[in-house]
Design a protein around this ligand. Sequence first.
Ligand SMILES: Cc1ncc(COP(=O)(O)O)c(C=O)c1O
Length: 389
Amino acid sequence: MDSTKEKNEKYIMHTYNSIPITLVSGEGCYVTDSTGKKYLDFLSGIAVNSLGYNNNTFNKAVSGQLGKIIHFSNLFLNNLQADLAEKLVENSSFDKSFFCNSGTEAVEAALKLAKKFGKKKKKGAWKILAMNKSFHGRTSGSLSLTGQMKYQETFLPLLPGVVFAEFNDFEDLKQKTDDETCAVILEPVQGEGGIHPADKEYLVNVREFCTKNNIALIFDEVQCGIGRTGTLFAHEQYGVAPDIVCLAKGLGGGLPIGAILATEDYNLFEPGDHAATFGGNPLVCSGALTVLTELIDNDLLGRIKETSSYLGKKLEELNSSSEKIKEIRGKGLMIGIEIEGSSSEVAASCREQGLIVGTAGTNVLRLVPPLIIGKMEVDEAMDVLQMFL
Ligand SMILES: Cc1ncc(COP(=O)(O)O)c(C=O)c1O
């Protein structure tokens, strides 16, 4: 048997309806499939490949580390994890970090930390307020916080004590919290739910309310963090900071990493409370350090701001000439285009023309390109999108 599709069907559980295209290599913002066809990639492995593909600096750092040591567990000290923690903390409002391997694991860590906070610092408060249309992952804990019944229904009952509120509705949040609420979790820009940015006033109010009521505020920036919106953390643009932030996806530039950062008040884990065998191993940390160095020290953040404002202008033009577009939402290089009709059909037509775009739900196209895209790539993507919108 030599067909990837056949092997896939025979040997792999059907958890994805994979597109029948086998990608075999990538360069910059482009990927190539097994037939040699090249695509401009505006999905970047679902908002993961921050530096695109086959990036020299990234490759050098990671392959250099590969020849030294990949993994030895957290039972020993790890200089690259320490450097990564320093870089994240020194460039944020947080004091401490914890490393794991994925977004869902970052959310699990935040959830446990919030529960411990409730136990230790709020008379046993244990309930969590999460948002409708949110997405926090697929493990039982993070799925319990995911406010979309289509993901939850097969696996009910999930964690008790999770209450859902309407996103961007401060009155609803106030009504649905009580003395037993230990945490509020939200995405500053909801991703899987259809690319919905929080309103500034809402986040400011939520921050004030949580501080006043001794509730841990958790931002899930797994998708919108690490430069995606044009600042290192999406919350910087709102002028508010959470107590705990969840990170993953783009932080590793393609290598699997997850992390939480927390302020000193939430520095509550003790040995035995939480752990991850692979968490923050030297190999992934060498990649993550490269991503952060490019963003912070080599001004990739500045470039993202420029490119995203150009993309914004081009999208406005597209919007004004299109009958199919209902709304364009998002921040920086995290854009949702809500359309009349099926987003997966439009995405398929784009692929035919050599452009990969994502979807978020049935009628939203999702653009989350590598953070290194420039005006040329934006123009090329627009040429294809305007054929179908
Ligand atoms: C906001 C958010 N949180 C958590 C997750 C889960 O991340 P992972 O798939 O790495 O477990 C995702 C994945 O899409 C996400 O968008």
